[in-house]
Design a protein around this ligand. Structure first.
Ligand SMILES: Cc1cc2nc3c(=O)[nH]c(=O)nc-3n(C[C@H](O)[C@H](O)[C@H](O)COP(=O)(O)OP(=O)(O)OC[C@H]3O[C@@H](n4cnc5c(N)ncnc54)[C@H](O)[C@@H]3O)c2cc1C
Length: 618
């Protein structure tokens, strides 16, 4: 059913042209002057990924030139926020390079706000600097366009190709153009997956025609996880899904409100509800509740408990700050450069934050590796600081040879945000070039047979539809295929009810998780029968398949970790307490590509930063 087959051979293939992908394309050219660099993007890199609409702040900037923060400080910050469990080598590596990335953004014309008195970048908080960032994405996209040999827009990558000479080595990727229907084969020496995280695997709060109204971009469909999972790459911390506390219904950001406008939250009776839940939270997580700043999940936890106890709605107190005309302007501009929809929601609900304190909500869970959460692929760290167990030759290389990750793809390193993801793309690209230069990618063989087989698989949903629609006797209900939207809603219901979604106040346990896994397996079976009426629906079908594989991995991890490490992100009802004795570790999974079965293991957490300091002191 494919129209044409187009072959493209290259050295470095970047999958996804978001923040990490643009960083990778840019840096690959710096180190690999003569290499052929291709970037393949599902949308159009000028406006794709989580930063498509623009941002109002760069959330990760050390300010080392002014002595504001050091990389060690950032490691401690991320470690604290993730309740102790991060890959400190990866976090440190990103933090020591992130300022250089931001300085390039400045040179490329991104309008940075400056503090009038100090001349430094205007701080929104300890780590955030403020920008006029409506055009953030087109600016970084331009750097990628000038660096890559070619950018392919509107092509969805569905599978990775594997080398047939050497086991466990990548050989490229395949996908299709969702406008023309052409089949694309990219044979590559290295592949950098930078395809963003996963929204819409759990049932969203906004359903029906409002379904796209989620905090995380609805087009982020978990390819970053499904692609490496499918070829047997190890994954880490996939249970660490994220729940966001945001303005209700529009999911407008709260960072600038808390940090810059100094607004605060209260329950319906005007009380500070976070204090009320202190003792009970301490019973669950011990001294972690006394850490400063309070970990994001624990703040969510207080919100969720208060709402369940009938203290809602929870409001953001904006009435005081908005009396100051400057802060009022900042409050509105914050949405206009980033989440215009929130301003529209308030207008439609007669909310002027100067006179009405707006409601907040907690979102459905998402899977990400770059925000206040760290799900993703298990990758090698940098050679100078990674402990032996975290190092296998090339920075940011997954456990599949030649397959690299960056941004949301990479697990264990939280709080990278836009600048850190771009930086991680640069780090991965540098290592990928080294991998090629050191002749690790020689003699890769991807047979025509392998490519032909994927072609059959990829376009099958079109055939399912063409054949199956003949059996429809009335309406649109088909006896022999399901549509991508039907499959998506079924997935969301399973994840919501069995794996800790909103309908169950993020609660799950061993029994529900096991049942969830059964239902997910049957969904996988039925997805062989997904039908697509056109190329756009074909994309929806593959997005769904990637979401489902990601969901299986999330569920396996959630079952494996027998504790509630992040109350406020999810609860294991059968293990409600944080258990440092048994679970102060990272979780790893591997799905056997032949059998489809997952195996789980624990990996140690090394607190490198404080160890280093202890050694220096002694
Ligand atoms: C709502 C929201 C607000 C945020 N606010 C801030 C902020 O204020 N400041 C800040 O610094 N950071 C912020 N972030 C974080 C920042 O956006 C992310 O850290 C960053 O975008 C991650 O980079 P990435 O490249 O991994 O993913 P993305 O930038 O999302 O890029 C992924 C790319 O992959 C493409 N893709 C996906 N699947 C495929 C496929 N199968 N084939 C081909 N292409 C594919 C996508 O179209 C997309 O272009 C925010 C994130 C969100 C979601």
């Amino acid at each position: 059913m494919a129209k044409k087959t187009i072959f493209e051979d290259c050295d470095v293939l970047v999958v996804g042209g978001g923040m990490a992908g643009t960083g990778a394309a840019f840096e690959a050219r710096h180190w690999g002057r003569d290499l052929k660099i291709i970037c393949v993007e599902k949308a159009n890199i000028d406006r794709s990924g989580a930063v498509a609409q623009g941002l109002y702040a760069i959330n990760c900037y050390m300010g080392m030139q002014w002595g504001e923060n050091q990389p060690e400080d950032h490691v401690r910050y991320a470690r604290n926020d993730l309740m102790g469990l991060v890959r400190e080598d990866l976090g440190y590596d990103m933090a020591r390079h992130v300022d250089a990335t931001v300085h390039m953004f400045d040179e490329w014309g991104l309008p940075m706000m400056r503090n009038k008195e100090t001349g430094r970048y205007q701080r929104e908080g300890k780590w955030q600097i403020m920008i006029h960032g409506e055009s953030y994405k087109p600016i970084v996209a331009e750097a990628a366009r000038k660096s890559a040999d070619k950018i392919y827009n509107r092509i969805m990558i569905t599978h990775l190709l594997m080398d047939e000479t050497k086991e466990n080595r990548v050989g490229g990727a395949v996908g299709f153009n969702m406008r023309t229907g052409d089949y694309y084969v990219f044979r590559a020496k290295t592949v950098i997956v930078a395809a963003g995280g996963a929204s819409h695997i759990f049932k969203p709060r906004a359903v029906g025609e409002g379904m796209g109204r989620t905090w995380y971009a609805p087009w982020s469909n978990g390819s970053a996880y499904a692609l490496p999972i499918a070829v047997g790459a190890k994954m880490t911390q996939m249970e660490n899904r994220i729940v966001l506390c945001r303005f209700k219904d529009g999911y407008g950001p709260v960072g600038a409100y808390f940090l810059h406008l100094k607004t605060y939250t209260e329950n319906a009776n005007g009380e500070n509800y976070e204090k009320k839940w202190y003792d009970k939270t301490k019973e669950l997580v011990g001294e972690y509740i006394d850490h400063h700043p309070t970990p994001t999940c624990l703040r969510n936890h207080a919100f969720i408990q208060e709402t369940m106890a009938g203290g809602g709605p929870i409001h953001m107190v904006t009435k005081e700050a908005f009396q100051d005309p400057h802060l009022e302007t900042v409050g509105w501009e914050n949405f206009l450069g980033m989440t215009v929809g929130q301003a529209v929601v308030w207008a439609s609900q007669n909310i002027d934050p100067k006179y009405t304190n707006p409601e907040l909500t907690t979102s459905e869970p998402y899977v990400m590796g770059s925000h206040a959460t760290c799900s993703g692929a298990w990758v090698s760290g940098p050679e100078d600081i990674a402990p032996a167990e975290y190092f296998w030759g090339y920075n940011r290389m997954t456990t599949v040879e030649g397959l690299f990750g960056a941004g949301d793809t990479v697990g264990g390193s939280a709080h990278k945000f836009s600048s850190g993801s771009f930086t991680e793309g640069r780090l991965a690209a540098k290592a990928a070039v080294k991998y090629i230069e050191e002749e690790k990618a020689n003699d890769i063989n991807v047979s025509d047979k392998q490519c032909e087989e994927f072609k059959e698989i990829i376009f099958k949903p079109l055939e399912n539809y063409t054949v199956g629609r003949n059996e429809i006797t009335g309406g649109t209900v088909s006896p022999s295929y399901i549509s991508p939207i039907q499959g998506l809603q079924r997935l969301q219901k399973i994840m919501d009810e069995y794996v800790g979604g909103i309908s169950y106040n993020y609660m799950t346990n061993e029994n529900t998780l096991k049942r969830g896994l059964e239902l997910l397996e049957w969904l996988q079976e039925d997805l062989e029968k997904v039908g697509a009426e056109d190329y756009h629906q074909l994309m929806r079908a593959w997005e769904l398949k990637h979401r489902t594989l990601t969901s299986q991995c999330v569920t396996e991890h959630t079952l494996f970790r027998q504790e509630t490490r992040w109350p406020g992100y999810y609860y294991r009802g059968d293990y409600m307490k944080l258990d440092d004795e048994n679970w102060h570790c990272l979780t790893l999974s591997r799905r056997d590509p032949k059998t489809g079965k997952f195996t789980m293991e624990k990996a140690p957490v090394y607190h490198i930063v404080d160890e280093k300091e202890k050694k220096e002191a002694s």
